[in-house]
Every structure is written in C-alpha cells, then in structure tokens.
Design a protein around this ligand. Structure first.
Ligand SMILES: Nc1ncnc2c1ncn2[C@@H]1O[C@H](COP(=O)(O)OP(=O)(O)O)[C@@H](O)[C@H]1O
Ligand SMILES: [Mg+2]
Length: 403
C-alpha cells in the first residue's frame, strides 16, 4: 500500500497529464489533412465576404471532428480584416434554438447579451448586425444532433439569409450519429447537407501515431515501450477507431502504474486499462445522447433492474425485455416529466441508434413468445447506467432555466 507521503510525492510516470487528456488539442493532427482541407474550403468563401455552402460533418466519436474544426478556427483567427464572424457553439451546452441564438449574440454583441430577450429580439439583433456591413456569420454547431428544436434552429438561421439584403449566414453542423438525419425535417436536411464531410474511424497505425505523440509530452522518458503502445492502439482500433478511447486507455495505464509507485507501464497495466477505459467511455457517451434516447435507455435500465409490469425474461444470466413494455415505461416516464412522448416509430429509431452505439442489443423473439416480438437487452450494468442517466436527466432538469 502507498503511504500518504508517496501519494504526495512526484509521479514517476506522468510529466504532463494535460497532454493525455482527451480534451487536449494537439498542435499536430495525425492523418487528417484531407478533412482539415475540407473545413478550410467550407470557410474560404466567408473569409472573402461571400456566403459559402453549408457543410455537414459526421463521424463516430473520437474521429477528430472537433479537433480538426478547432484547428482550422485557430488558423482563421490570424486572418485580418475579414467579414467572417465565427461562432463555435457546443450544442451539448447550447442545446436549443434560444440558447444558440443567445450564444451568437453574446459572442458578437456582448453589450446586448443580457438575459430576458425573446427569440424574436435575438433574431432581429443578429439580422441587423449582419446587415450593418455585410458580415458573414459562420455558425459552427458541434454535436448539433443534441439541439432539441433543431428544425426550428435551422429554419431560423436560414431565414436570416432571405430577410437580409447583404451579408449572410453559413452553417457548419457536426454530429456523431449518422442516422439522426432521419429525425430531421426534409427541409432542414437539405439545408444542412449542402455539402458533406465524413470522418472515418482511425486505423490502428493512426491511433499509434496519435498516442505516440502524446507519450512524448505526457509521460516521463522510457515509461512505456513500443509493444505496449501497439497493443493499446490495436485495442482502441478494435473498439471502433476512437482516438479518445486510445488516449483514455493510455492515461489509465499510466494511472495504474502510478498507483503501484513504479516508473514503468507494463503490458498488464495496458490490458487492464483497455477494459476499464472502455466502460468509462460508454458512460461519457451516454451523456452525449439526445434527451429522448436518454429516456428510452433509462426505461431499459429501470426495467432491467426491477422488472416491469410484465414478467421479465431471464436465462439465468441476462435479462431480456419486451420492446413493447420498454415503450410503455418510456411513455409514462415522459408523461411524469411533462414531456411529450414520441410515437412508436420514433421509439424504434431511438432503439436502433442505442443499438448502433453498442448500448443495447435486440433480438427477434422467434415463435412462441407472444408471436413475433423484439427483445431488448442492456449491455452495461443497469445500476451504473441508471445512476449516470439520473444525473444527466434530472441533474440537468433542475438547472433548466425559464425560456
Ligand atoms: N488526428 C488526430 N491527431 C491527434 N490527436 C487526435 C486526432 N484526432 C483526435 N485526436 C485526439 O482525440 C481527442 C478526441 O477527438 P475529437 O476531435 O474530440 O473527436 P470527435 O469530435 O470526433 O469526437 C482529441 O481531443 C485529440 O486529443
Ligand atoms: Mg466532438
């Protein structure tokens, strides 16, 4: 066991933990020049004072969408006298039309950014400001799929273009979920998708390059060997090519070695870290789900734990739920929160997205059990999943301001 003295003493593993954080944006981005170029191309017209085509970026989490976008924004900062006025908006925080408009106003018209304006006021402020001297507003909407009233937001931002005589608005939307396209109004869809850029998952060799770079600044010299690095890169590639996951595995391995007070990360540390990091990432992923996905997943976790009004099906190890009973639970949950439950058609979309994210699995029941029905299984521990969702759903709920 480590004594307090040991714990307070300097780490023999870490030199700079910050460099290993998945929020850290490195100076050099590995094998993303094509994607960076795509973003630059989308921004170029606005820098010349013209309205460019809207761009839609998608790719799974940890494929570098945010990093590449911020990288280009840093480049653009250095360009003088441009008409382009850029707002980078993290929609996890600014998750409604109102909040997005408010963020744009506070970015560019800070003197107006007081509480109490309605949507119409904000709209007029932005429109007049653009028209003043033909500005081009570039709204970069990261994690745009989380915006609750996205159709309204897209409509509003697009309308500015038809309401003004000069200047304009360009949108860059970024999303992790491809299938979220289906949930959009066809009109907003064609607006957002004027052009499109896909970020593919990373291969093991690319992940290796990514973590190798961080090792140099994050760890002390000779803490980790090549084999172990390759192991981590391969493990993260197998789990979907997520750079964030590979970094998480790397720093977790460092922590495990650090706890033992050694100055080397062993292969065993890396193996253990790869398992731990995977679950960590899942709970983070749950946080990025849109509201109704969360409610459906929460219903699944609750039913898995307690059994619903129907008898649950277990094979001694796993619990399977009827798709219908999950929908019922979701509906009553939504009602109890004074939210409108979505139709079954939407519900099935949410389910298939949760499945795509690897959070649940579903099976056709086959004959015998109530004709033909879908069975659902939660792939993560119900208690922990429930806790994470509770703080997400109810923690936020309380903070929600009046709008
Ligand atoms: N090409 C890359 N080169 C170096 N690091 C990267 C690269 N892509 C991603 N990363 C690292 O992984 C983290 C997660 O990437 P991020 O851009 O947030 O992915 P996304 O927005 O697609 O979920 C980043 O903070 C960065 O540290
Ligand atoms: Mg991102």
């Amino acid at each position: 066991m480590q004594s307090l003295n040991d714990m307070l003493s300097e780490s023999r593993i870490f030199a700079n933990r910050e460099a290993l954080s998945p929020h850290f944006i490195p100076k050099k981005l590995v094998s993303r020049s094509k994607e960076i170029n795509g973003i630059e191309r989308a921004l170029a017209p606005s820098l010349k004072g013209e309205r460019g085509r809207n761009l839609f970026i998608y790719g799974k989490t940890g494929t570098g969408k945010t990093s590449c976008t911020r990288y280009v924004l840093d480049e653009v900062k250095g360009i003088p006298n441009t008409k382009a006025k850029i707002s980078y908006i993290n929609c996890k925080i600014y998750n409604s039309r109102y909040r997005v408009l408010n963020k744009i106003v506070s970015d560019h018209l800070p003197t107006y950014a007081k509480r109490g304006y309605g949507t119409v006021d904000l709209y007029e402020k932005i429109t007049n400001w653009i028209e003043e001297d033909n500005k081009i507003l570039v709204a970069i909407l990261d994690e745009v799929d989380i915006v609750k009233d996205l159709d309204d937001l897209v409509y509003t931002l697009t309308r500015i273009n038809s309401d003004i005589r000069a200047g304009g608005v360009t949108m860059i939307g970024i999303a992790n979920r491809i299938s979220f396209k289906d949930t959009l109004d066809p009109r907003s869809l064609s607006t957002l998708y004027e052009s499109e850029l896909v970020f593919p998952p990373y291969y093991a060799n690319e992940l290796y390059e990514i973590i190798k770079d961080r090792v140099a600044t994050g760890f002390k010299p000779n803490v980790i060997n090549e084999d172990t690095l390759h192991f981590i890169a391969a493990a993260a590639a197998r789990e979907g090519g997520d750079a964030r996951l590979s970094l998480k595995m790397l720093s977790k391995a460092g922590e495990l070695a650090d706890e033992k007070g050694t100055d080397k990360i062993t292969m065993k540390d890396a193996e253990e870290a790869s398992k731990l990091a995977d679950t960590d990432i899942v709970y983070e992923l749950i946080g990025t789900l849109p509201e109704h996905h969360k409610l459906v997943l929460y219903s699944i976790a609750l039913l898995t734990q307690s059994g619903g009004s129907y008898k649950k099906l277990t094979d001694g190890v796993d619990t399977y739920l009827f798709s219908g009973e999950v929908y019922g639970r979701y509906k009553s949950l939504a009602e109890s929160m004074h939210k409108e439950a979505k139709s079954e058609r939407w519900y099935r979309k949410y389910l298939s997205e949760l499945e795509m994210q690897g959070l649940v699995a579903s099976f056709e029941s086959g004959k015998g059990i109530r004709g033909h029905t879908k069975l659902i299984k939660l792939l993560y521990p119900p208690q922990k999943t429930k806790e994470v969702l509770e703080s997400e759903i109810f923690g936020r709920e309380k903070k929600e301001e009046k709008e």
